[in-house]
Structure formats: C-alpha cells, structure tokens
Design a protein around this ligand. Structure first.
Ligand SMILES: NC(=O)c1ccc[n+]([C@@H]2O[C@H](COP(=O)([O-])OP(=O)(O)OC[C@H]3O[C@@H](n4cnc5c(N)ncnc54)[C@H](OP(=O)(O)O)[C@@H]3O)[C@@H](O)[C@H]2O)c1
Length: 349
C-alpha cells in the first residue's frame, strides 16, 4: 500500500496528529491532486469541538480548501491534464477529498484551474469562502439576488430602487468575497463593518461605506448611510450582536432579506421583529449539495480571477507543514487572524 503523510483526526474532540494513510486513487470521473497549499477555516476547529461527525469513519481528515497540481486522472476525465494547477473545496463527508494530507481527489466538474498570476497559497483562500459568499448572495437558500450574468440560478428581481446592501464582517474571508460579488451585481451602496485597520482593504474590494466594528450604535450608523429602506443584509459573522445590528438596520416598513453563515437561532424573540414576508436564512456552502451552482462556480471562478474581477484574501503560510495544523486551528479559533487565510503546506512536513 502506498501511503502519504496526513493530519489524522482520530476521535471525537481530539486534536489531529501527524500520521500516514493511503493515497486516494481517483475514480473514473475524478482528478487526483498533489496538495501544495491547504487553507484553514473556522469549520476545521468547529468540527472537532462541536462534534460535527459528518463521516463516522475514523480517522477523519480535516481541511476544505485545496490548491495544488493534478497528479493523476480518472479514465473519463478530459478537461484536465497532469501538471495543471487547480483548486477545489473538499466535502466534509469524504476524507479522500480533504486538504490536510498530501494527495486528495475531487470530481472533475467541481475543480477550477488556477490562473498563472495567482499563487497556490492565494488559491487556497478561495474555495470555501468564495462559495459561501456566492450561496449567501445568489442562491435561493441565501438572499436569492439576481446573479452575475455568467451564472444561471433561480433568483427574484430586486424591488425597484434597492441599491444598498449590508455585509457584516467585510474583512472576514467570506466577507471579502461577498463585497466583491455585491459590486459585480451593481449595488451602489455596499455598507460593511470591520476593524479600522481593514477599512482600506474592504474599500479597495468595493465597499462604499465602512463602519468601525468596535464603535457603538452600529445600526444607527448604518441607517444614517442607508436610510430607512435597507432590504438586504448578509452577516458573515453571525452572533447575537451582529444579528441584532443587522436586524435593527434593516427596514421596518417592507419585507427584508437577511442571510447568515451559522444556523438561525431557534428562539428569535430576543431579536428585532421584521415585517411579514421577511426572510432569515442560514447558508450551507457545499458545492456537492448545491451541485448546479457548484459546477457553475468552478466554471467561472478561473475567469473572474484571470480578469481580476475577483481578488483573493491574503494568505499567510504556517511554517512546519502538517505539524502546524493544530497551531493554526488554535489561532483561528482565538480570533488571532484578521482579514487573512492561514495556509498549511502538506509537503513541508
Ligand atoms: N455556513 C457555511 O457553510 C459556512 C461556510 C464558511 C464559513 N462559515 C462561517 O462563517 C464565519 C466566517 O468564516 P471566515 O472564514 O470568513 O472567518 P474568518 O475570516 O476567520 O473571520 C475573521 C474575521 O472576522 C471579522 N470579525 C470577527 N468578529 C466580527 C464582528 N463582530 N463584526 C465584524 N467583523 C468581525 C474580523 O474582522 P476584523 O479583523 O476587521 O476585526 C476577522 O478579520 C465562521 O463562523 C465560519 O464558521 C460558514
């Protein structure tokens, strides 16, 4: 059996250890990728600490963001060749797709080539955050906004004169993509919240109004910019404080559309009530689950990157290869990473 190095998550609640496991072989529709950069996400530590056992086969492998080089092809794959630089999102349900190992596999239609000017480390910032923001803004399980013309998804027309959107947490990885998508579809006022040191970044990405998230009365500050008619908000942070801010800022006299990244609280009574017909949705960013959108995303993201319509978040490489996974998870969990994606290099182990 040919093995590879992998970060093995061996049992509920235990942080992973470096070990070996078989190299996954591609099925006939799959591509095998040598993982050169693996992005670290909040989901990775949450899977350990909140016991999301999505696949009961142990050891599990964590990591959803893969960037690397095609190393083998299934017999039916025609759109890639060995050596192509590619990126994809791993499903949490299949450890053979996961990022914190040296080789991973994915279906050929949920993979994108990486343009030459984008490094592997930058490419590893894209899959989960880029798709989460896409679902948040354009899928019917999110805000259901009319998408950029390259995407065909079910959407509803925007009510006339709705030119503003609120994106809570513009500096988060998800927020950085959300701002850029909002700009692509022509919102005139893109209002966001971020720490002061990230205001320049989010402005460059397309935010038109940035509020220091550490100040008071955020909702009042947002309303001063948007007026009383704000209908759309996407909360990329999703805690009681951010929910309250967004709901207070959203209009009272019309139905409003609010999407968030964590489950909607069961008890909504502590939050401001909105007009009948309002929607509050939690997104689930799985290209496998929302396959139609997933396939379209992986067709179009390469072009958006190539033409600089979309810029990636900054990446920071953790020294130590797969040995650095736990330190990276701890840094993300403790909120020590601002406006960046930590990246693991599995071959530096
Ligand atoms: N539902 C899904 O399918 C799905 C998919 C992906 C992610 N998520 C969830 O989405 C959340 C964001 O993920 P991520 O990868 O984008 O996180 P991230 O980049 O690690 O988030 C860190 C950023 O959050 C910002 N932040 C923290 N608290 C804030 C607040 N109260 N207001 C505004 N900004 C705040 C910080 O901004 P400053 O540095 O400017 O302070 C920081 O830069 C996580 O909870 C993650 O688990 C859900």
């Amino acid at each position: 059996m040919i093995t590879q190095k992998a970060s093995l998550y061996k049992g509920k609640g235990e942080y992973p250890v470096l070990g070996e496991r078989p190299i996954p072989s591609p099925s006939e529709e799959q591509v095998q990728v040598k993982v050169l950069s693996a992005g670290v996400n909040p989901l990775d530590w949450k899977r350990i600490e909140y016991d999301f056992v999505v696949n009961p086969i142990w050891p599990q492998i964590l990591g959803c963001d893969v960037a690397g080089e095609v190393s083998a092809l299934g017999s039916k794959v025609e759109n890639f060749k060995v050596g192509d630089r590619v990126l994809f999102q791993a499903s949490s349900e299949d450890r053979n797709q996961a990022a914190f190992q040296q080789y991973a596999v994915q279906n050929h239609d949920l993979i994108s080539k990486i343009p030459n000017h984008i490094s592997d480390d930058r490419a590893a910032t894209i899959p989960l955050a880029g798709f989460t923001a896409l679902v948040g803004l354009f899928h019917y399980t999110g805000l259901g906004l009319h998408p950029p013309r390259e995407l065909q998804v079910r959407s509803r027309p925007r009510p006339p004169n709705t030119t503003s959107i609120l994106i809570i947490g513009g500096a988060s990885n998800v927020g950085q993509f959300a701002i850029q998508y909002a700009k692509m579809v022509g919102f005139e006022k893109i209002i966001t919240t971020a720490s002061r040191e990230n205001h320049e970044l989010v402005t460059k990405l397309g935010a038109t109004h940035v509020i220091d998230r550490h100040t008071c009365d955020l909702a009042e500050q947002i309303k001063e910019i948007s007026g009383e008619d704000l209908r759309y908000a996407f909360d990329t942070i999703s805690n009681d404080e951010t929910y309250t801010t967004a709901l207070r800022a959203l209009a009272d006299r019309h139905p409003v559309y609010f999407a968030c990244v964590l489950p909607v609280p069961e008890d909504m009574s502590r939050f401001p009530k909105k007009a009948d017909g309002s929607e509050w949705k939690a997104v689930f960013a799985s290209p496998q689950q929302w396959r139609e959108l997933g396939v379209q995303f992986y067709k179009v993201i390469g072009t958006w990157l190539e033409t600089n319509q979309i810029k990636t978040p900054e990446s920071v490489v953790m020294p130590g290869g797969l040995d650095a996974v736990n330190e990276a998870l701890k840094m993300v969990k403790e909120g020590k990473v601002s406006a960046k994606k930590l990246v693991i290099k599995p071959w530096a182990s």
